[in-house]
Ligand binder design. Structure first.
Ligand SMILES: C[S@@+](CC[C@H](N)C(=O)[O-])C[C@H]1O[C@@H](n2cnc3c(N)ncnc32)[C@H](O)[C@@H]1O
Length: 458
Protein backbone atom coordinates (compact mmCIF):
# COMPACT_ATOMS: atom_id res chain seq x y z
CA UNK A 1 0.00 0.00 0.00
CA UNK A 2 2.75 2.41 0.92
CA UNK A 3 4.35 2.11 -2.46
CA UNK A 4 1.06 2.33 -4.30
CA UNK A 5 0.61 5.57 -6.20
CA UNK A 6 -3.19 5.34 -6.00
CA UNK A 7 -3.12 5.58 -2.24
CA UNK A 8 -4.55 8.57 -0.37
CA UNK A 9 -2.07 10.70 1.57
CA UNK A 10 -0.25 9.41 4.59
CA UNK A 11 -2.31 10.01 7.71
CA UNK A 12 -0.69 10.76 11.03
CA UNK A 13 -1.97 10.04 14.53
CA UNK A 14 -4.75 12.30 15.74
CA UNK A 15 -2.70 14.60 17.92
CA UNK A 16 -5.07 16.49 20.14
CA UNK A 17 -5.92 15.20 23.56
CA UNK A 18 -9.45 13.82 23.47
CA UNK A 19 -11.65 16.44 25.08
CA UNK A 20 -15.17 15.82 26.23
CA UNK A 21 -15.65 12.82 23.96
CA UNK A 22 -19.13 12.34 22.65
CA UNK A 23 -20.39 8.75 22.73
CA UNK A 24 -19.03 6.71 19.83
CA UNK A 25 -16.02 8.96 19.18
CA UNK A 26 -13.40 6.84 21.01
CA UNK A 27 -14.42 3.81 18.92
CA UNK A 28 -13.89 5.83 15.72
CA UNK A 29 -10.55 7.14 16.98
CA UNK A 30 -9.34 3.61 17.75
CA UNK A 31 -10.52 2.32 14.37
CA UNK A 32 -8.71 5.13 12.52
CA UNK A 33 -5.52 4.51 14.53
CA UNK A 34 -5.66 0.81 13.57
CA UNK A 35 -6.16 1.67 9.89
CA UNK A 36 -3.16 4.02 9.99
CA UNK A 37 -0.98 1.36 11.65
CA UNK A 38 -1.81 -1.14 8.90
CA UNK A 39 -1.49 1.20 5.93
CA UNK A 40 1.40 3.36 7.08
CA UNK A 41 3.45 1.04 9.23
CA UNK A 42 2.46 -2.29 7.63
CA UNK A 43 1.43 -3.66 11.01
CA UNK A 44 -0.81 -6.70 11.35
CA UNK A 45 -4.41 -5.64 12.01
CA UNK A 46 -5.21 -8.28 14.66
CA UNK A 47 -2.17 -7.48 16.76
CA UNK A 48 -2.71 -3.74 16.33
CA UNK A 49 -6.33 -3.97 17.44
CA UNK A 50 -5.38 -6.14 20.42
CA UNK A 51 -2.77 -3.57 21.44
CA UNK A 52 -5.04 -0.55 20.94
CA UNK A 53 -7.96 -2.19 22.72
CA UNK A 54 -5.67 -2.89 25.65
CA UNK A 55 -4.88 0.82 26.09
CA UNK A 56 -6.33 2.66 29.11
CA UNK A 57 -8.66 4.67 26.84
CA UNK A 58 -10.09 1.49 25.33
CA UNK A 59 -10.37 -0.66 28.43
CA UNK A 60 -12.71 1.98 29.90
CA UNK A 61 -15.08 1.53 26.95
CA UNK A 62 -18.15 -0.66 26.89
CA UNK A 63 -17.83 -3.99 25.06
CA UNK A 64 -20.19 -2.67 22.39
CA UNK A 65 -17.83 0.23 21.55
CA UNK A 66 -14.78 -2.03 21.57
CA UNK A 67 -16.53 -4.40 19.17
CA UNK A 68 -17.53 -1.45 16.98
CA UNK A 69 -13.93 -0.17 16.79
CA UNK A 70 -12.82 -3.65 15.68
CA UNK A 71 -15.63 -3.96 13.13
CA UNK A 72 -15.00 -0.52 11.58
CA UNK A 73 -11.25 -1.12 11.24
CA UNK A 74 -11.78 -4.60 9.81
CA UNK A 75 -14.31 -3.43 7.20
CA UNK A 76 -12.21 -0.38 6.27
CA UNK A 77 -9.19 -2.61 5.57
CA UNK A 78 -11.21 -5.41 3.93
CA UNK A 79 -12.73 -2.90 1.47
CA UNK A 80 -9.80 -0.50 1.39
CA UNK A 81 -9.31 -0.84 -2.35
CA UNK A 82 -12.83 0.22 -3.19
CA UNK A 83 -12.91 2.84 -0.44
CA UNK A 84 -9.78 4.41 -1.89
CA UNK A 85 -11.32 4.45 -5.35
CA UNK A 86 -14.55 5.94 -4.00
CA UNK A 87 -12.75 8.68 -2.08
CA UNK A 88 -10.34 9.62 -4.83
CA UNK A 89 -13.19 9.90 -7.33
CA UNK A 90 -14.71 12.56 -5.05
CA UNK A 91 -11.56 14.47 -4.14
CA UNK A 92 -10.78 16.68 -7.14
CA UNK A 93 -7.20 17.38 -6.05
CA UNK A 94 -6.53 13.97 -4.52
CA UNK A 95 -5.96 13.32 -0.84
CA UNK A 96 -4.28 16.38 0.70
CA UNK A 97 -0.68 15.70 1.79
CA UNK A 98 0.39 16.02 5.45
CA UNK A 99 -3.22 15.94 6.53
CA UNK A 100 -2.85 13.90 9.70
CA UNK A 101 -5.71 11.57 10.44
CA UNK A 102 -7.75 12.73 7.43
CA UNK A 103 -7.24 9.72 5.11
CA UNK A 104 -7.80 7.11 7.81
CA UNK A 105 -10.82 8.97 9.17
CA UNK A 106 -12.35 9.21 5.71
CA UNK A 107 -11.69 5.49 5.12
CA UNK A 108 -13.40 4.53 8.37
CA UNK A 109 -16.24 6.96 7.66
CA UNK A 110 -16.80 5.47 4.21
CA UNK A 111 -16.67 1.95 5.67
CA UNK A 112 -19.49 2.84 8.05
CA UNK A 113 -21.57 4.50 5.36
CA UNK A 114 -21.18 1.72 2.82
CA UNK A 115 -20.99 -1.53 4.78
CA UNK A 116 -21.89 -1.11 8.43
CA UNK A 117 -25.20 -0.79 10.18
CA UNK A 118 -24.46 2.75 11.40
CA UNK A 119 -26.89 5.64 10.73
CA UNK A 120 -25.42 7.96 8.10
CA UNK A 121 -25.66 11.04 10.30
CA UNK A 122 -23.66 9.29 13.08
CA UNK A 123 -21.04 8.03 10.62
CA UNK A 124 -20.54 11.52 9.15
CA UNK A 125 -20.79 13.51 12.39
CA UNK A 126 -18.33 11.32 14.33
CA UNK A 127 -15.86 11.20 11.45
CA UNK A 128 -15.89 14.99 11.23
CA UNK A 129 -15.39 15.30 14.99
CA UNK A 130 -12.42 12.96 14.70
CA UNK A 131 -10.96 15.08 11.89
CA UNK A 132 -11.54 18.27 13.89
CA UNK A 133 -9.63 16.80 16.83
CA UNK A 134 -6.44 16.60 14.74
CA UNK A 135 -4.46 19.80 14.13
CA UNK A 136 -3.22 18.70 10.69
CA UNK A 137 -6.60 17.44 9.51
CA UNK A 138 -9.05 19.95 10.95
CA UNK A 139 -8.82 22.45 8.10
CA UNK A 140 -10.17 19.76 5.76
CA UNK A 141 -13.29 19.10 7.81
CA UNK A 142 -15.53 20.99 5.34
CA UNK A 143 -14.17 19.01 2.42
CA UNK A 144 -14.50 15.74 4.36
CA UNK A 145 -18.08 16.58 5.29
CA UNK A 146 -19.01 17.16 1.65
CA UNK A 147 -17.28 13.96 0.47
CA UNK A 148 -18.89 11.77 3.12
CA UNK A 149 -22.37 13.21 2.59
CA UNK A 150 -22.01 12.57 -1.11
CA UNK A 151 -20.96 8.95 -0.46
CA UNK A 152 -24.04 8.54 1.76
CA UNK A 153 -26.29 9.86 -1.04
CA UNK A 154 -24.63 7.76 -3.74
CA UNK A 155 -24.30 4.57 -1.69
CA UNK A 156 -26.50 2.35 -3.89
CA UNK A 157 -24.75 3.25 -7.12
CA UNK A 158 -21.29 3.02 -5.54
CA UNK A 159 -21.98 -0.49 -4.26
CA UNK A 160 -23.55 -1.61 -7.53
CA UNK A 161 -20.51 -0.51 -9.53
CA UNK A 162 -17.82 -2.17 -7.41
CA UNK A 163 -15.76 -4.95 -8.91
CA UNK A 164 -13.90 -7.03 -6.26
CA UNK A 165 -11.01 -8.04 -8.53
CA UNK A 166 -10.42 -4.61 -10.06
CA UNK A 167 -11.25 -2.53 -6.98
CA UNK A 168 -10.65 -4.49 -3.79
CA UNK A 169 -7.71 -6.74 -4.54
CA UNK A 170 -4.44 -4.79 -4.67
CA UNK A 171 -3.06 -4.55 -8.16
CA UNK A 172 -0.16 -6.98 -7.58
CA UNK A 173 -2.50 -9.72 -6.40
CA UNK A 174 -5.18 -9.10 -9.03
CA UNK A 175 -2.53 -9.43 -11.75
CA UNK A 176 -1.03 -12.60 -10.31
CA UNK A 177 -4.37 -14.31 -9.70
CA UNK A 178 -5.53 -13.49 -13.23
CA UNK A 179 -2.28 -14.82 -14.74
CA UNK A 180 -2.23 -17.99 -12.63
CA UNK A 181 -5.89 -18.94 -12.39
CA UNK A 182 -7.55 -17.14 -15.34
CA UNK A 183 -9.85 -14.11 -15.18
CA UNK A 184 -12.98 -15.97 -14.11
CA UNK A 185 -11.45 -17.86 -11.19
CA UNK A 186 -9.50 -14.75 -10.15
CA UNK A 187 -12.77 -12.81 -9.96
CA UNK A 188 -14.34 -15.55 -7.84
CA UNK A 189 -11.32 -15.56 -5.52
CA UNK A 190 -11.46 -11.78 -5.09
CA UNK A 191 -15.20 -11.82 -4.39
CA UNK A 192 -14.92 -14.67 -1.86
CA UNK A 193 -12.07 -12.91 -0.05
CA UNK A 194 -14.50 -10.10 0.83
CA UNK A 195 -16.64 -12.42 2.95
CA UNK A 196 -16.17 -12.52 6.66
CA UNK A 197 -14.52 -15.85 7.53
CA UNK A 198 -16.43 -18.59 9.30
CA UNK A 199 -15.29 -19.97 12.65
CA UNK A 200 -14.14 -23.56 12.13
CA UNK A 201 -13.17 -26.04 14.79
CA UNK A 202 -11.06 -29.17 14.62
CA UNK A 203 -12.60 -31.77 16.94
CA UNK A 204 -10.36 -34.12 18.87
CA UNK A 205 -12.93 -36.90 18.59
CA UNK A 206 -15.97 -37.68 16.46
CA UNK A 207 -17.18 -34.53 14.61
CA UNK A 208 -20.82 -35.64 14.38
CA UNK A 209 -21.11 -36.14 18.13
CA UNK A 210 -19.80 -32.64 18.86
CA UNK A 211 -21.69 -30.87 16.07
CA UNK A 212 -25.00 -31.05 17.88
CA UNK A 213 -23.85 -29.64 21.22
CA UNK A 214 -21.95 -26.87 19.41
CA UNK A 215 -24.71 -26.06 16.90
CA UNK A 216 -22.21 -26.55 14.09
CA UNK A 217 -22.20 -27.90 10.56
CA UNK A 218 -20.05 -30.94 9.90
CA UNK A 219 -18.00 -30.08 6.82
CA UNK A 220 -17.03 -32.74 4.27
CA UNK A 221 -13.43 -32.15 5.36
CA UNK A 222 -14.19 -33.33 8.92
CA UNK A 223 -14.05 -29.86 10.50
CA UNK A 224 -16.97 -28.24 12.34
CA UNK A 225 -18.33 -24.84 11.29
CA UNK A 226 -20.06 -22.80 13.99
CA UNK A 227 -23.43 -21.33 13.12
CA UNK A 228 -23.32 -18.83 15.99
CA UNK A 229 -20.77 -16.21 17.01
CA UNK A 230 -20.71 -17.10 20.71
CA UNK A 231 -17.57 -16.40 22.73
CA UNK A 232 -15.43 -19.51 22.31
CA UNK A 233 -14.61 -20.16 26.00
CA UNK A 234 -18.34 -20.32 26.73
CA UNK A 235 -18.90 -23.19 24.27
CA UNK A 236 -19.24 -26.82 25.38
CA UNK A 237 -15.98 -28.73 25.26
CA UNK A 238 -13.70 -25.67 25.40
CA UNK A 239 -12.51 -26.18 28.97
CA UNK A 240 -12.29 -29.94 28.39
CA UNK A 241 -10.03 -29.37 25.35
CA UNK A 242 -12.36 -31.25 22.99
CA UNK A 243 -11.64 -28.97 20.01
CA UNK A 244 -9.59 -26.04 18.78
CA UNK A 245 -10.13 -23.24 16.28
CA UNK A 246 -8.62 -23.95 12.87
CA UNK A 247 -9.81 -23.08 9.39
CA UNK A 248 -11.22 -26.06 7.50
CA UNK A 249 -8.48 -25.84 4.86
CA UNK A 250 -5.73 -25.56 7.47
CA UNK A 251 -6.91 -28.83 9.02
CA UNK A 252 -6.38 -30.87 5.85
CA UNK A 253 -2.52 -31.00 5.56
CA UNK A 254 -1.83 -32.69 8.92
CA UNK A 255 -4.39 -35.39 8.06
CA UNK A 256 -2.58 -36.05 4.79
CA UNK A 257 0.51 -37.05 6.76
CA UNK A 258 -1.57 -39.95 8.24
CA UNK A 259 0.71 -40.34 11.26
CA UNK A 260 0.53 -43.53 13.32
CA UNK A 261 0.80 -43.86 17.09
CA UNK A 262 4.40 -43.85 18.21
CA UNK A 263 5.86 -42.41 15.01
CA UNK A 264 8.51 -39.72 15.48
CA UNK A 265 7.16 -36.62 13.72
CA UNK A 266 8.53 -33.09 13.33
CA UNK A 267 6.32 -30.04 12.86
CA UNK A 268 8.95 -27.60 11.65
CA UNK A 269 7.00 -24.31 11.70
CA UNK A 270 4.57 -25.26 14.38
CA UNK A 271 3.18 -22.28 16.27
CA UNK A 272 0.49 -21.60 17.37
CA UNK A 273 -0.02 -25.33 17.00
CA UNK A 274 -3.25 -26.20 15.15
CA UNK A 275 -1.48 -28.84 13.12
CA UNK A 276 0.77 -29.97 15.99
CA UNK A 277 -2.40 -30.72 17.95
CA UNK A 278 -3.73 -32.89 15.13
CA UNK A 279 -0.47 -34.86 14.95
CA UNK A 280 -0.30 -35.32 18.73
CA UNK A 281 -4.00 -36.25 18.95
CA UNK A 282 -3.32 -38.97 16.37
CA UNK A 283 -0.80 -40.47 18.79
CA UNK A 284 2.49 -39.39 17.20
CA UNK A 285 5.50 -38.38 19.25
CA UNK A 286 5.78 -34.78 18.04
CA UNK A 287 8.67 -32.34 18.08
CA UNK A 288 7.20 -28.87 17.54
CA UNK A 289 9.80 -26.39 16.29
CA UNK A 290 9.25 -22.67 15.79
CA UNK A 291 11.75 -19.87 15.68
CA UNK A 292 9.45 -17.54 17.59
CA UNK A 293 9.66 -18.15 21.32
CA UNK A 294 6.54 -16.06 21.95
CA UNK A 295 4.48 -18.02 19.44
CA UNK A 296 5.83 -21.30 20.79
CA UNK A 297 4.60 -20.15 24.23
CA UNK A 298 1.10 -19.88 22.73
CA UNK A 299 1.51 -23.38 21.30
CA UNK A 300 2.41 -24.77 24.74
CA UNK A 301 -0.61 -23.05 26.31
CA UNK A 302 -2.84 -24.50 23.58
CA UNK A 303 -1.46 -28.01 24.10
CA UNK A 304 -2.06 -27.69 27.82
CA UNK A 305 -5.74 -26.84 27.32
CA UNK A 306 -6.07 -29.72 24.88
CA UNK A 307 -4.30 -32.16 27.20
CA UNK A 308 -1.76 -33.06 24.53
CA UNK A 309 1.92 -33.76 25.13
CA UNK A 310 4.48 -32.49 22.63
CA UNK A 311 8.16 -31.67 22.79
CA UNK A 312 8.87 -28.05 21.83
CA UNK A 313 12.00 -26.33 20.61
CA UNK A 314 12.37 -22.60 19.99
CA UNK A 315 14.78 -22.73 17.08
CA UNK A 316 15.26 -21.76 13.47
CA UNK A 317 14.30 -25.03 11.78
CA UNK A 318 17.23 -24.54 9.39
CA UNK A 319 19.49 -25.20 12.40
CA UNK A 320 17.69 -28.31 13.68
CA UNK A 321 20.04 -31.23 14.09
CA UNK A 322 18.41 -34.66 14.67
CA UNK A 323 20.75 -37.42 13.50
CA UNK A 324 18.04 -40.04 14.17
CA UNK A 325 15.74 -38.34 11.68
CA UNK A 326 11.93 -38.43 11.56
CA UNK A 327 9.33 -40.84 10.19
CA UNK A 328 7.23 -37.93 8.98
CA UNK A 329 7.59 -34.16 8.73
CA UNK A 330 5.03 -31.42 8.38
CA UNK A 331 6.37 -28.19 6.92
CA UNK A 332 3.72 -25.47 7.16
CA UNK A 333 6.08 -22.85 5.87
CA UNK A 334 5.95 -19.09 6.52
CA UNK A 335 4.35 -17.49 3.47
CA UNK A 336 2.58 -14.39 2.20
CA UNK A 337 -0.71 -15.82 3.53
CA UNK A 338 -2.67 -14.48 0.57
CA UNK A 339 -5.12 -17.35 0.99
CA UNK A 340 -6.28 -15.94 4.32
CA UNK A 341 -7.55 -12.48 3.29
CA UNK A 342 -11.05 -13.25 4.61
CA UNK A 343 -9.53 -13.45 8.11
CA UNK A 344 -6.54 -11.17 7.63
CA UNK A 345 -7.51 -8.53 5.04
CA UNK A 346 -4.47 -6.47 6.09
CA UNK A 347 -2.20 -8.99 4.33
CA UNK A 348 -3.29 -7.47 1.00
CA UNK A 349 -1.77 -4.12 2.05
CA UNK A 350 1.11 -5.14 4.28
CA UNK A 351 2.76 -7.71 1.99
CA UNK A 352 4.07 -7.23 -1.52
CA UNK A 353 6.08 -8.91 -4.25
CA UNK A 354 9.51 -8.43 -2.62
CA UNK A 355 8.09 -10.27 0.44
CA UNK A 356 6.99 -13.07 -1.85
CA UNK A 357 10.50 -13.41 -3.28
CA UNK A 358 12.09 -13.48 0.20
CA UNK A 359 9.58 -15.99 1.55
CA UNK A 360 9.90 -18.27 -1.47
CA UNK A 361 13.65 -18.43 -0.93
CA UNK A 362 13.15 -19.33 2.76
CA UNK A 363 10.60 -22.00 1.76
CA UNK A 364 13.15 -23.56 -0.61
CA UNK A 365 15.74 -23.74 2.17
CA UNK A 366 13.25 -25.16 4.66
CA UNK A 367 12.17 -27.82 2.16
CA UNK A 368 15.80 -28.85 1.59
CA UNK A 369 16.31 -29.04 5.36
CA UNK A 370 13.19 -31.18 5.77
CA UNK A 371 14.49 -33.53 3.06
CA UNK A 372 17.68 -34.06 5.10
CA UNK A 373 15.82 -34.60 8.38
CA UNK A 374 13.54 -37.27 6.96
CA UNK A 375 14.39 -40.96 7.38
CA UNK A 376 14.51 -43.13 4.24
CA UNK A 377 10.93 -44.12 3.42
CA UNK A 378 9.58 -41.13 5.36
CA UNK A 379 6.72 -38.79 4.38
CA UNK A 380 6.81 -35.04 4.05
CA UNK A 381 3.77 -32.80 3.76
CA UNK A 382 4.59 -29.31 2.59
CA UNK A 383 1.88 -26.66 2.82
CA UNK A 384 1.31 -22.90 2.66
CA UNK A 385 -1.79 -20.72 3.17
CA UNK A 386 -0.90 -18.82 0.02
CA UNK A 387 -2.55 -18.60 -3.39
CA UNK A 388 0.77 -17.81 -5.08
CA UNK A 389 2.26 -20.56 -7.24
CA UNK A 390 5.86 -19.60 -6.35
CA UNK A 391 5.12 -20.62 -2.76
CA UNK A 392 3.15 -23.74 -3.66
CA UNK A 393 3.09 -25.59 -6.97
CA UNK A 394 6.42 -24.24 -8.26
CA UNK A 395 8.16 -24.77 -4.94
CA UNK A 396 7.33 -28.49 -5.06
CA UNK A 397 8.09 -28.80 -8.77
CA UNK A 398 11.59 -27.38 -8.14
CA UNK A 399 12.02 -29.54 -5.02
CA UNK A 400 11.31 -32.73 -6.98
CA UNK A 401 13.79 -31.64 -9.66
CA UNK A 402 16.48 -31.09 -6.99
CA UNK A 403 15.75 -34.23 -4.93
CA UNK A 404 15.59 -37.26 -7.17
CA UNK A 405 15.21 -39.52 -4.11
CA UNK A 406 11.75 -38.00 -3.53
CA UNK A 407 8.51 -38.58 -5.36
CA UNK A 408 5.03 -37.23 -4.98
CA UNK A 409 2.54 -39.45 -3.10
CA UNK A 410 -0.59 -38.14 -4.81
CA UNK A 411 -3.43 -36.92 -2.61
CA UNK A 412 -6.75 -38.51 -3.49
CA UNK A 413 -10.08 -36.69 -3.69
CA UNK A 414 -11.65 -38.72 -0.87
CA UNK A 415 -8.84 -37.78 1.54
CA UNK A 416 -9.81 -34.11 1.42
CA UNK A 417 -13.63 -34.06 1.25
CA UNK A 418 -13.33 -31.45 -1.53
CA UNK A 419 -12.68 -33.34 -4.79
CA UNK A 420 -12.32 -30.14 -6.83
CA UNK A 421 -9.43 -29.10 -4.55
CA UNK A 422 -7.21 -31.95 -5.75
CA UNK A 423 -5.13 -31.19 -8.84
CA UNK A 424 -4.40 -33.65 -11.64
CA UNK A 425 -0.89 -34.04 -10.23
CA UNK A 426 -2.34 -35.04 -6.84
CA UNK A 427 -1.71 -31.85 -4.86
CA UNK A 428 -4.22 -29.97 -2.72
CA UNK A 429 -5.23 -26.47 -3.84
CA UNK A 430 -8.17 -25.02 -1.95
CA UNK A 431 -9.62 -21.71 -3.12
CA UNK A 432 -11.61 -19.29 -0.93
CA UNK A 433 -14.88 -19.82 -2.85
CA UNK A 434 -14.97 -23.58 -2.31
CA UNK A 435 -17.39 -25.13 0.24
CA UNK A 436 -20.21 -22.76 -0.81
CA UNK A 437 -23.18 -22.12 1.47
CA UNK A 438 -26.26 -19.93 0.91
CA UNK A 439 -25.17 -17.90 3.89
CA UNK A 440 -21.91 -16.10 2.95
CA UNK A 441 -20.70 -16.26 6.58
CA UNK A 442 -20.87 -20.06 6.46
CA UNK A 443 -19.21 -20.47 3.09
CA UNK A 444 -15.65 -20.65 1.81
CA UNK A 445 -12.35 -21.64 3.36
CA UNK A 446 -8.76 -20.45 3.32
CA UNK A 447 -6.71 -20.80 0.15
CA UNK A 448 -4.15 -23.52 0.88
CA UNK A 449 -1.66 -25.54 -1.11
CA UNK A 450 -0.29 -28.90 0.07
CA UNK A 451 1.76 -31.66 -1.47
CA UNK A 452 2.71 -35.06 -0.01
CA UNK A 453 6.18 -36.31 -0.83
CA UNK A 454 7.89 -39.64 -0.08
CA UNK A 455 11.60 -40.23 0.40
CA UNK A 456 12.95 -43.37 -1.21
CA UNK A 457 13.35 -46.28 1.24
CA UNK A 458 16.66 -47.55 2.68
C1 LIG B 1 2.17 -20.54 8.90
S1 LIG B 1 2.76 -20.28 10.49
C2 LIG B 1 2.56 -21.87 11.20
C3 LIG B 1 1.17 -22.21 11.67
C4 LIG B 1 1.13 -23.53 12.42
N1 LIG B 1 1.70 -24.61 11.65
C5 LIG B 1 -0.27 -23.91 12.84
O1 LIG B 1 -0.89 -24.76 12.22
O2 LIG B 1 -0.75 -23.38 13.85
C6 LIG B 1 4.46 -20.23 10.19
C7 LIG B 1 5.33 -20.29 11.44
O3 LIG B 1 6.67 -20.44 11.01
C8 LIG B 1 7.51 -19.84 11.95
N2 LIG B 1 8.83 -19.69 11.29
C9 LIG B 1 9.19 -18.81 10.34
N3 LIG B 1 10.46 -19.05 9.94
C10 LIG B 1 10.88 -20.12 10.64
C11 LIG B 1 12.10 -20.85 10.69
N4 LIG B 1 13.14 -20.51 9.91
N5 LIG B 1 12.19 -21.89 11.54
C12 LIG B 1 11.17 -22.23 12.34
N6 LIG B 1 10.00 -21.56 12.35
C13 LIG B 1 9.85 -20.53 11.50
C14 LIG B 1 6.79 -18.58 12.32
O4 LIG B 1 7.21 -18.12 13.58
C15 LIG B 1 5.33 -19.06 12.32
O5 LIG B 1 4.93 -19.41 13.62
Amino acid sequence: MQRDSKRPGRPAQADRAPQADVPGLPARRLAAAAVMAVLDERRALDETLDRLLDSPEATALEDRDRALARAIAMVAIRHFGSIRKTLLARLKSGMPASSGVLAAALATGAAQLLWLDVPDHAAVDLTIRLIQSDRKAERYSGLANAVLRRIGREKAEILAALDPLADDAPEWLAKRWTANYGAETAARIAAAQLNEASVDLTPKGDPAAQAETLDALVLPTGSLRLRSRAALPSLPGYAEGDWWVQDAAAAIPARLLAVKPGERVADLCAAPGGKTAQLAAAGASVLAVDRSEARLGRLSANMERLGLKVETRALDALLLDEPEGFDAILLDAPCTATGTLRRHPDVAWTKDEPDLVKLASLQTRLLDKAAKLLRPGGRLVYCVCSLEFEEGERQVQMFLARHLDFKRAPITADETGIPEAVSDAGDLRTLPFMLPNDEPRLSGLDGFYAARLMKAGA
